[in-house]
Design a protein. Sequence first.
Length: 318
Amino acid sequence: MTAAAPARTAASTARERRSRTRRRNLRRHWQLYLLLVLPVAYFVIFQYIPMANNVIAFKDYNVVQGIWGSPWAGLSHFERFFANPVAWDLIRNTLMLSLYGFLAGFPVPILLALALNEVRARFFKRTVQMVTYAPYFLSTVVVVSMLILIFTPRIGFMADVMGFFGVNANLLSDPNAFRSVYVWSDVWQTAGYSAIIYMAALAGIDPSLYEAARLDGASRLRKIWHVDLPGIAPTVVVVMVLSVGNIMAVGFEKAFLLQNPLNLSTSEIIATYTYKIGLLSADFSLATAVGLFNSVINLILLLAVNAVSKRITGNGLW
């Protein structure tokens, strides 16, 4: 009893000390905490509260009875999805498109940031930044319209050039070309904007490291390898973890707008299938079950990759 009392007293003292520290930080930085109110409220109202509606995946949803009044269906909607022959085609198409996009798009912003970091002519550097950033602010509809104008056989100039060299000119209707058109147009649109985070990480590297490398006679490539890459490694790891965590979250808009009956064998992904069965066929329970399955896979991948990253590199999201 005498040994337990000091332990309880020490624990109580530690809690009081932490409480005083929190109150002191709140009084000192109340403006910063105030700025967090709206973002936190947004996520709670529009992200977390709607998660409760995922219960539709386990119910035979009826509009008249409502979400909570509809009868329970258990896992029957998940069984319906996996019993459907197209389910595995959807998963395969989604994974292949995501992996292709990750492998093609992940290194490009890093290489662009490293290249721009070596440019000393400020006018040229800013011009390249503006040209590469601008496509990000184009809407998906505009980008798809540009692709149609470029690759459509009747009006697309690129189709004429490719046809001259004997290449299939109708890329938008070719199932084998759909993924390349989707991925590389996405890389073109997002690479410049995605490079900003790496440019910021490069700007935070201690200049004395570059000076030490210069005194050691290191070439530009050596500086990149021994100074730049280690300096942005934590940022690269975090972005990689987030990217892998969204590996199944392929954008719906571009895939749907580029989709046509001829390329459907590769362009039909989970997102477009969910839209069709949910909004067009009004099978809300099945659509929610498919979307929930997709989200759970993303969550598992995020947790797994973050754990591996923490173990190997010591860097992660938490």
